[in-house]
Design a protein around this ligand. Structure first.
Ligand SMILES: NC(=O)c1ccc[n+]([C@@H]2O[C@H](COP(=O)([O-])OP(=O)(O)OC[C@H]3O[C@@H](n4cnc5c(N)ncnc54)[C@H](OP(=O)(O)O)[C@@H]3O)[C@@H](O)[C@H]2O)c1
Length: 295
């Protein structure tokens, strides 16, 4: 297949390109740095550079300013939002003018769609949004992507959890304090941390390509989410380090503001109901197995 990808140079995108290349797909990557793209993959900096006769079977959209790298000032919130909405709208405009449209558009989103709080009940793809920044961001990102549907393009929205892998992502930020023996639960530790192994994340995207019945929001999270307290224990165990300390919620609020409140102190029990119903088999169902593989 011919596949166009944005965000292909990122943590998930790099692994995804590896998988899709091994499956012999032809890849074109939209990136801010096309000169860095090597080998059989072609890099472009704008969709306007595409040959009008060129057609794609699948378009995958993962680009966006990192969510957790900087404190959420008003300007940073705008950068996070614009980077996603502008890229997605560019794709939609490209679809609108293309004579031959792709069969499938897979676009990013996150479990942040389900908003803040740490309710104990499970949430499937019917869960609702709220007024938090993460939720409003994901809602706007999804709404933008869904403009592809009336054009007859099957559209999948990846409501991704915390992706765990070797080089990058959330785990690379957590490991140092844990290795120093300073790891500990955050606040009450009762907030949920729906996670997914990077291997399963890209396999799930490949499953969306293969299964033509899949459409709409899809929770990309492992079937056994854990609370922050359990995550802390599992990571400490995997690294053979104590996890006796607790980071008080007040400290997180002070150091990280709204970003800390939404990303670290909140978390709902999100379950991958739709993808499991579609027969997807997770290789890593249990956090301890995922961490043992990665670490
Ligand atoms: N990793 C996770 O745990 C996780 C969880 C939930 C949701 N997600 C979402 O899934 C997507 C992929 O995640 P990831 O972890 O692979 O992200 P990532 O490593 O941060 O990569 C995202 C890519 O987006 C592009 N990008 C970065 N800043 C940009 C900006 N200001 N404007 C336009 N493009 C920009 C970059 O591509 P170029 O430099 O090539 O342009 C980068 O490679 C993201 O949108 C993220 O929000 C990730």
């Amino acid at each position: 297949m011919n596949i166009l990808i944005t965000g292909a140079t990122g943590f998930i995108g790099t692994e995804l390109c590896g998988l899709l290349s091994r499956q012999n797909h032809d890849l074109v990557v939209k990136t801010r740095h096309p000169e860095r793209i090597k080998g059989a993959i072609r890099g472009i900096s704008s969709l306007a550079q595409l040959n009008p006769a060129e057609t794609f079977d699948v378009v995958i959209n993962l680009a966006g300013e990192p969510i957790a790298d900087k404190r959420w000032s008003i300007a940073q919130q705008q950068r996070i939002t614009d980077s996603r909405l502008n890229t997605t709208q560019e794709i939609i405009d490209y679809f609108a003018t293309s004579e031959s449209k792709p069969a499938l558009f897979i676009s990013g989103s996150a479990i942040g769609y389900y908003g803040v709080g740490s309710t104990a009940e499970s949430i499937d793809e019917q869960g609702t949004a709220d007024n938090s920044f993460s939720s409003q961001l994901c809602s706007a990102w999804e709404a933008c992507a869904l403009q592809a549907e009336p054009m007859g393009i099957r559209t999948c929205l990846l409501r991704t959890g915390i992706v765990l892998g070797k080089n990058g992502g959330a785990l690379s930020k957590m490991i140092l304090p844990f290795k120093l023996g300073l790891g500990g639960k955050i606040g009450t530790g009762t907030q949920w941390m729906p996670w997914i192994h990077l291997h399963d994340m890209v396999a799930l995207i490949a499953h969306c390509i293969a299964d033509e019945s899949l459409t709409g929001p899809i929770n990309a999270t492992a079937p056994q989410p854990v609370t922050n307290a359990d995550f802390t224990k599992a990571l400490g165990h995997a690294l053979h380090r104590p996890t006796l300390l607790t980071m008080p919620a007040m400290m997180i609020e002070l150091l990280m503001g709204q970003m800390g409140e939404e990303l670290l102190l909140s978390g709902k029990r999100v379950l991958p109901v739709k993808i499991e119903q579609a027969g997807f088999q997770f290789r890593y169902q249990r956090l301890d197995e995922a961490l043992a593989d990665i670490l």
